[in-house]
Design a protein around this ligand. Structure first.
Ligand code: ADP
Ligand code: MG
Length: 696
């Protein structure tokens, strides 16, 4: 077996289970090895049923009393049965695992381990792990990994598959010199991967995590360094005459219904200078959410298109790509712009794709907008002069090399809304030219913020109804898609999109249309939902954080976030950026979990920063200050999707140390560089897969 083999090659994974792995973005053996736990637990304390008075994780040795009853609710199945241990009776619920029914045999005795709650006189255990006497002994005192799970992908399945492929870790090539490993006290890659999946102690986990975080930073910075391709600038075939570029942009800008901000104007003129410089542009446009980056991107594309060349815009999601495409079509028509755009995403029909590709090859299409599909499919471009990536730095070294091999060295413009503290931004992006859009369009009313607990929910719904009656729309964000999708401990009591939207439909009058959006829907379906919301047909959109990135519906004025304590501050700030985009007063409401008014002081403080300021950079700095080390599990913090393990905030010191090492290795030509590039390619390949599985 090889690292790049399909996971179907692994013993015990057939067609059907392979689907479950694919759905989680795990296509290859290598991707499986890099699918890391998001937390670790040890076996809960053993207890007698009668002694369980408080909520908590417990292990109970008990006998199954009768066959389970199975019922469905909102597309999910629940198996429910009772067990006894002589001291009392306990109810057990299992979500979305109907096949477990066969194993729940009356009279069977085993260990059950999971989260217990008490409802009145009844004790309930949710989603327990079943163990034989032998398994219980084996697990006692051991750490067990908790993986990010999805339907049909269980911890057991993952661990079994991982045991099979673990020896292949040794095939992953080391690209760091021995001195660096020793000097930085880093484990080897195989050691780190082994310990991530099968640690003995938390110390093992910390050491493993450090190596992997180091790698993520290292490869990211190496990618930046190589994108720049050495100290000399690369000459560009596409030299726009600055004045022409300016005239082309003016055509657009003179017709816009608003005046550009000073920062937007400055950025556009910096881009125009780059395009005219004779060298390849490598520019990062960093601007907070709502600062108006899209129009800057369009102005850049226009300069290129007006000169007769082609431009491409890549967005991280289909929803976002479709939105950009629609905007461009509308503008082109209304303002008579020379764009001939096309939308190329994964869900475009094969026959249409063929036509679009032919159009691109022939130069009839001069502005391609799409997702990664745009570079993954082998699109023959005619004269591609500019590549813009929106919201995510996903344009890899390999793509650049592939394009260069085809004789095409485009200008690159990267748009990012991730507010990174300046000191860290300098390290991450220091090798790119950076334009900062540090000014929000005028005439915007500042967003009003509140932090409340669940007891306010009824009032909040009334508030939303009122806004809807005034013609506005609202988002409600939940951390989960459906109940019981991960382990019970982490998800107990969290709001989920499926149940939430169902409940809301019952609460609101029928004319207040409620729709839902989440990452497990097919891209085409997601587009339809977004379309309905953008057109105003849907009034309230219940969604996971898929709407976090770049969606623009100016008529939406309420953003309500359930279980806000579960999100990182940067991410919450991004969510808030979805409102406050139009002329109306907008509101952002962070609801902290629990209906009993019991909100931890720390959560309260953390969220309070958000209600004090709308400045993304300030929030990022504060977040950095508040975080303690070891804070890294549980929250998806940085909002930087390309770091899965590393966190630019908690690992800031590591990041600072990585930078000079990257420069040392990348700048002196050596054999190391070949190994490094191989590692980088492997990572990019994996990231793309991961990208389809998780982000979309
Ligand atoms: P982001 O920087 O988050 O990508 P967008 O480009 O989506 O922001 O812009 C947000 C909204 O602001 C859009 O509706 C856009 O039309 C509008 N907008 C952009 N620039 C200005 C401006 N200078 N004045 C007023 N509105 C603007
Ligand atoms: Mg945007």
């Amino acid at each position: 077996m090889y690292l790049n083999d399909d996971i179907k090659k692994i013993k015990g994974i057939g067609e059907k289970s392979a689907e479950a792995f694919y759905a989680a973005g795990i296509y290859t053996v290598n991707a499986l090895l890099h699918y890391f736990p998001r937390n670790y637990t040890s076996l809960p304390e053993a207890a007698k049923i009668a002694e369980i008075s408080k909520e908590g994780r417990r292990t109970v040795f008990g006998k199954i009393m009768s066959p389970p009853s199975m019922f469905g609710r909102g597309g999910k199945t629940i198996l429910s049965f009772y067990i006894t241990d002589g001291t009392g009776r306990m109810k057990v619920n299992i979500f979305n695992m109907p096949y477990m029914r066969k194993m729940i045999l009356p009279g069977r005795q085993c260990y059950f381990s999971g989260l217990c709650t008490r409802k009145g006189t009844e004790v309930l255990m949710s989603q327990p792990k079943f163990m034989t006497e032998e398994q219980y002994r084996e697990n006692c005192g051991r750490l067990s990994p908790v993986y990010p799970l999805r339907k049909d992908l269980t911890n057991t399945k993952l661990q079994k598959a991982l045991k099979e492929v673990l020896p292949l870790c040794d095939d992953i090539k080391e690209y760091l010199p021995q001195e660096t490993l020793a000097g930085e006290h880093l484990l080897s890659i195989p050691q780190a991967i082994r310990l991530m999946h099968f640690p003995e102690t938390m110390e093992d986990v910390y050491a493993a995590r450090k190596r992997l975080a180091f790698d993520e930073f290292f490869l990211f910075l190496a990618r930046m360094e190589l994108l720049k391709q050495g100290p000399e600038k690369r000459e560009s075939r596409y030299v726009c005459v600055e004045e022409q570029a300016r005239n082309a942009a003016d055509l657009l800008l003179s017709k816009l219904p608003y005046e550009l901000t000073g920062a937007q104007k400055r950025t556009i003129s910096e881009i125009q200078k780059d395009l005219a410089s004779g060298y390849c542009m490598n520019r990062l446009v960093q601007g907070d959410v709502g600062s108006g980056k899209t129009v800057v991107a369009f102005a850049a594309a226009l300069a290129v298109v007006a000169a007769g060349a082609q431009a491409a815009l890549m967005a991280p999601t289909e929803v976002l790509a479709a939105q950009h495409y629609k905007d461009i079509c509308k503008m082109s028509e209304a303002y008579g712009l020379p764009f001939k755009p096309a939308l190329l995403t994964g869900s475009v029909k094969a026959s249409d794709k063929k036509k679009i590709k032919a159009g691109i090859a022939a130069g009839e299409i001069n502005f391609m907008i799409g997702t990664q599909a745009l570079i993954q499919e082998d699109v023959e471009t005619n004269d591609l002069a500019l590549i813009i990536t929106d919201e995510q730095h996903r344009f890899g070294v390999r793509q650049r090399m592939d394009l260069a091999a085809k004789g095409c060295e485009p200008h690159v413009l990267v748009m990012s809304a991730t507010p990174i503290p300046r000191t860290l931004g300098l390290i991450l992006y220091g090798d790119l030219d950076v334009s900062l859009i540090d000014e929000l369009p005028a005439r915007r009313l500042p967003i009003k913020n509140t932090v409340v607990d669940g007891s306010y929910r009824t009032k909040l719904y009334q508030f939303i109804l009122k806004r809807v009656n005034e013609g506005r729309q609202a988002y409600i964000i939940c951390p989960m898609v459906e109940p019981g999708e991960e382990d019970c401990e982490a998800t107990e009591g969290l709001a989920n999109v499926v149940d939430y939207s169902e409940e809301l439909r019952k609460k609101f009058p029928p004319e207040v249309t409620v729709d839902m959006l989440h990452g497990r829907m097919k891209p085409a379906e997601k587009n339809e939902v977004m379309q309905r919301f953008a057109s105003g047909e849907t009034k309230v959109l219940v969604s996971t954080t898929v709407v976090e990135v770049g969606v623009n519906v100016p008529n939406a004025t309420v953003m309500m976030v359930e279980n806000a304590e579960r999100f990182g501050l940067a991410q919450l700030h991004q969510l808030r950026g979805r409102v406050g985009r139009g002329e109306w007063q907008s509101y952002c409401i962070f609801v902290s979990g629990g209906d009993d008014g019991e909100m931890s002081k720390r959560t309260q403080e953390r969220l309070h920063i958000l209600s004090e300021t709308n400045d993304g950079f300030k929030i990022a700095e504060e977040d950095l200050k508040q975080r303690g080390p070891g804070d890294f599990f549980g929250l998806r913090q940085s909002g930087l999707p390309y770091f899965k393990i590393a966190d630019i905030y908690t690992d800031a010191d590591l990041l600072k140390r990585v930078k000079p090492i990257v420069q040392m290795i990348c700048r002196e030509p050596s054999e190391r560089l070949a190994d490094l590039k191989a590692a980088l390619y492997a990572k990019e390949e994996m990231d793309y897969i991961d990208f389809h599985g998780i982000c979309l």
